[in-house]
Design a protein around this ligand. Structure first.
Ligand SMILES: NC(=O)c1ccc[n+]([C@@H]2O[C@H](COP(=O)([O-])OP(=O)(O)OC[C@H]3O[C@@H](n4cnc5c(N)ncnc54)[C@H](OP(=O)(O)O)[C@@H]3O)[C@@H](O)[C@H]2O)c1
Length: 407
């Protein structure tokens, strides 16, 4: 990786709902960061720059790069001019593949917001060896999917090692509360995935594979299918967490890329936790049933069109007031049973604005600056947030106001 690149970070997708938020975060991190905005429509990009400059006057000087996500020579040009390309152009399965390949070949780091397992698998297969050779860190899932999970488990394992000298044998991410909206772009990505799965049995098989993102030849381990129904424990009702099927694959890839730091028998799952009360039971069963019904409805051609028509369109998302009212409270419970002694650590991962957009844009911006500026030791390859940036990113997110703490 050379330092002679013209830009530290290029934000690709600046005209989108999340892209403009992420660009705002990058501009506010400002001083000394050589930043440019990119997209396919010069006029829309100029309008974004003008809006930003109303709050931060220096933004008026930001260079604009024009490239379509399907114009490979133009993407090669963007990749060669930047140390890091940070992209919010999605659905990634439709628009992300050429850019990831261009960055891998140019030795340019990339971070994005994909939560699409199929796209990540294709990127691993196509780009991992190239990126390992060029030194590019290609880091998918740098938003609410899957940074809290991936860094939460890293911290739980670290705390267990410091306190007891052993790794975690298992970890569970529990969603304690979550308040936030959905953008049209996020829904479009979900619909694309459901559509792909409906058409192609190989994709359905991949989505059901708990180790779908592990290196080839290492796609096995002790974890089985994702939890679907409601489970009753001594003090709680547990329902599925909507993003668990993505985050768990990322965490398992981190374990593999870290040389099985959490152990070859490490088990991981994600759940939504509700109190052991009648109201808690009702909430857990409604969540489990609602999730199943939603997936079934969007996968049913006629009904899917109706459901989609009623939801936000690409470019739209939660208002500023809704983003400010949002919040999330998660905890990762790590367990070790080494030498037949049960030990527990609890890591809190919390934030006080909308997790999917306000805080996702903070996570993405911090990932981009971390990749551009921090003295990272990870090799090139298709990595995960924990394996590419690890504790450097944890420290950055803490300074940005997120809670990532082992109690
Ligand atoms: N992981 C997470 O936690 C998380 C959170 C938020 C969002 N996301 C993901 O982030 C992505 C963006 O979401 P969003 O709500 O910001 O979507 P959006 O508002 O629809 O924005 C999409 C962006 O992609 C651009 N684009 C589309 N086709 C393009 C092409 N052919 N060439 C160049 N640019 C193109 C659009 O440009 P135009 O303006 O020119 O149309 C726009 O800038 C989605 O995949 C979503 O799932 C993930």
């Amino acid at each position: 990786m050379t330092d002679l690149r013209e830009f530290d970070v290029v934000l690709f997708g600046a005209t989108g709902y999340t892209g403009e938020l992420a660009l705002g975060e990058l501009v506010r991190r400002g001083a000394g960061l050589r930043l440019a905005l990119a997209g396919r429509d010069a006029k829309k990009l100029e309008a974004v720059r003008t809006r930003l400059a109303a709050g931060v006057p220096e933004a008026s000087k930001l260079p604009i790069l024009v490239a379509d996500a399907h114009d490979r020579p133009a993407l090669d040009g963007v990749a060669r001019r930047a140390r890091v390309v940070c992209t919010t152009v999605g659905p990634y399965a439709l628009h992300g593949e050429d850019l990831a390949a261009a960055c891998a070949e140019a030795g340019t780091h990339l971070c994005d917001l994909t939560g699409e397992v199929t796209f990540m698998r294709r990127s691993i297969d196509r780009n991992d060896a190239t990126a390992a050779r060029t030194g590019a860190r290609i880091v998918h899932a740098c938003g609410f999917d899957s940074i809290p999970s991936d860094l939460g488990v890293l911290l739980a394992d670290e705390a267990m090692r410091v306190r007891a000298g052993v790794p975690c044998d298992e970890a569970t991410l529990e969603v304690l509360s979550l308040r936030g909206g959905a953008s049209g772009g996020t829904l479009a990505s979900m619909f694309t995935l459901v559509e792909e799965a409906r058409r192609d049995p190989a994709i359905r098989k991949l989505l059901l594979d708990p180790y779908a993102l592990n290196p080839e030849g290492e796609r096995q381990g002790p974890d089985g299918p994702d939890p679907m129904g409601v489970e009753s424990t001594q003090d709680a009702y547990l329902a599925p967490f909507v993003m668990g099927a993505v985050n768990s694959r990322v965490v398992r890839r981190s374990n593999a890329l870290l040389g099985y730091r959490y152990g070859r028998d490490f088990r991981y799952r994600e759940v939504s936790r509700f109190p052991k009360t009648p109201k808690g039971f009702l909430a857990a069963t409604s969540l489990a049933a609602g999730l199943g019904a939603f997936v079934a409805s969007v996968a049913t051609p006629g009904l899917g069109r109706l459901v989609r028509a009623a939801l936000p369109k690409p470019g739209a998302g939660p208002s500023l007031e809704e983003r400010e009212r949002g919040r999330f409270r998660l905890r990762v419970v790590g367990v070790s049973r080494a030498a037949h002694v049960e030990r527990r650590v609890v890591v809190r991962v919390e934030g006080d604005r909308d997790p999917g957009y306000a805080l996702t844009s903070v996570m993405l911006a911090e990932s981009a600056v971390c990749l551009a500026s921090d003295p990272l030791t990870s090799p090139g390859g298709v990595l995960t947030p924990a394996t590419a940036m690890g504790m450097s990113l944890v420290e950055r997110l803490r300074r940005a106001g997120l809670v990532l703490t082992a109690d």
